[in-house]
Design a protein around this ligand. Structure first.
Ligand code: NAD
Length: 518
């Protein structure tokens, strides 16, 4: 829909599937339906500390005060451009009919397409998807990924549905999105989130490909797909790996660690992780590989703690075999998942849901670093309290951006219809061999067979898709950390405010250069 939606400057639009006269013209919806975001806040999951979206906007306003952009422009950046709410019937496996609620929010169209995950969770409502879509806008700006922010969700607990039922829900939701032009390679591109995975993305792709009149680029209509279906190598672990890179960068600044009374580096630091799903599992894996000690892990059913350390793969196997992480040999059980967050550790990684650290438990948190792997796990008020106690919060708007970064690489691969590195890999390998040969000629000495094999293994290879994705992800996460760190240092604010300032400045600059339509 181009910059048109943004240009209307409408605060928030709630579009109901049943009362739209024109299924193809979103501009009409935007003009016709206007619902203030405050009307939706009653449905929020953070009600005691303000709605989730209100909290994101609170953080935005605080950061915006450090910029000098016009008030109207800031207001346009902050508001959610469009929200689509649809209800549709699901025939359950036993023949019952259930009405399912689903949402898609497109927060900002300053860049297109918009981009963001689809989650399946009982908490999903308009406020939650608007908040998460806004976070996506700021996240994309922080890591220089050229998308506007979006988010979608279906209000179901996926554990209560069979695979066949989930497939019907996913396909019907995709169809509803396509009908209203809320999905497409240049329009809005979903990805996995809480409760969804590559499996759901394949169903979305197949359904979109069936209904679109542009099948050529259909692969780029959704990311997080399996590799055989147009996915990119490295997407599955991308978010968790990005979380690790972010923590590593933070821990490598000696001056900051000193303020926290911690040593430099990840090695030897104790870690508690909540959520062993896509993000939490991979964050745990890379932290463990870097020499951190996992002392606590928390899931739905509760937590486990062992100050001497827990082996990730052993815990995962134990959960697979027994259906629970509880009663893991050598570890103490913690009855409540949230109570696990209060135990002693250096780094706490909430990687499940929002609002896990709130005003009612923030004083019990012992960690010196909170790494926001999930979206919004620390409420705005709790983050202030942690800051006042000198605890470092590495913010979600930066820390879990690895997923969208690699989704961007997948989208580029799908639009170019060629695997990254396919045309250059052998050329690079041969070039490196030629350089090795030239070095031998120059020094007049040949490497022996073993030396040559080891040098070739290290140097004489071309970058594969996995190598390129890993390199692009690391470069992005390292660069962005130092950018937000510098903003925070310059304005003497915390990292979260630094990240928001960085995002606001980039988005505002985009608007100022492009102008506002008409
Ligand atoms: P997931 O569904 O793969 O995993 C979530 C995990 O948390 C599951 O293991 C689940 O059992 C556990 N869990 C759920 N509720 C819990 C609770 N109350 N206490 C403890 N554990 C609980 O989801 P995910 O993709 O890993 O997403 C997790 C978070 O990361 C979400 O906030 C999501 O928005 C965010 N995120 C995900 C991605 C991504 O690429 N998947 C990218 C950016 C941000």
């Amino acid at each position: 829909m181009g910059p048109i939606g943004a240009a209307f400057g409408i605060s928030t639009d709630l579009i109901s599937a049943t009362d739209n006269p024109c299924p193809t013209c979103r501009i009409l919806y935007l003009v016709r339906i206007e619902t203030a975001s405050s009307n939706m806040s009653s449905q929020n999951s953070h009600s005691s500390e303000g709605s989730f979206f209100a909290q994101v906007n609170f953080m935005f306003d605080r950061a915006a005060a450090y910029t000098n952009h016009p008030k109207g422009l800031l207001s346009q950046i902050k508001n959610c451009n469009s929200v689509y709410h649809v209800s549709f019937p699901l025939v359950r496996d036993n023949g019952d009919i259930q009405v399912v609620s689903a949402y898609r929010a497109e927060h900002s169209h300053h860049m297109q397409p918009t981009k963001g995950g689809i989650r399946y969770a009982p908490t999903v409502n308009a406020d939650e998807v608007m908040a998460l879509a806004a976070l996506m806008t700021y996240k994309c700006a922080v890591v220089d990924v050229p998308f506007g922010g979006a988010k979608g969700g279906v209000t179901i607990d996926r554990r209560l549905y069979s695979e066949a039922e989930l497939e019907r829900v996913t396909r019907r939701f995709t169809f509803e999105l396509a009908k209203k032009n809320f999905i497409g390679p240049g329009v809005d591109v979903p990805a996995p989130d809480y409760g969804t995975s590559a499996r759901e993305m394949t169903w979305i792709l197949d359904t979109y490909t069936t209904v679109t009149d542009n099948p050529l680029d259909a692969l780029a209509s959704v990311t997080g797909k399996p590799v055989g279906q147009g996915g990119v190598r490295g997407r599955v672990e991308a978010t968790g790996k990005g979380v690790y890179f972010g923590i590593r960068e933070a821990c490598d600044i000696e001056e900051d660690m000193k303020k926290l009374s911690l040593n430099k580096g990840v090695e030897g630091k104790t870690v508690i992780i909540q959520g062993l799903g896509n993000v939490g599992y991979h964050a745990a894996l890379f932290l463990e590989q870097a020499g951190a000690r996992l002392v606590g892990l928390a899931e739905y059913e509760g937590g486990i703690y062992n100050a001497d350390g827990l082996k990730l793969e052993d815990v995962v196997r134990h959960r697979r075999e027994t259906g629970s992480i509880l009663n893991f040999p050598g570890a103490n059980n913690v009855a409540d998942t949230v109570k696990t967050l209060e135990l002693a550790c250096d780094i706490l990684v909430p990687a499940a849901l929002e609002a896990q650290i709130r005003m009612d438990n923030v004083d019990c948190i012992q960690a010196r670093i909170i790494a926001e792997a999930a979206n919004g796990p620390v409420t705005a008020a709790a983050a202030d309290s942690l800051r006042d106690r000198g605890v470092m919060v590495i913010p979600d708007t930066y820390l879990n951006a690895g997923g969208v970064t690699v989704s961007y690489f997948e989208w580029l691969r799908n639009l170019s219809h060629v695997r990254h590195g396919r045309m250059s890999r052998r050329f690079e390998a041969r070039n490196a061999s030629r350089i090795l040969q030239a070095v031998q000629n120059l020094v007049g000495q040949s490497f022996n067979k073993e030396q040559l094999q080891s040098i070739e293994a290290d140097l004489a290879f071309g970058a594969s898709e996995a190598d390129l994705v890993a390199s692009g992800l690391e470069d992005t996460m390292v660069g962005a950390y130092h950018e937000i760190h510098e903003k925070a240092r310059y304005h003497a604010v915390d990292l979260r405010t630094g990240a928001f300032i960085s995002a606001i400045e980039k988005i505002a600059l985009g608007y100022e250069r492009l102008g506002i339509f008409p």
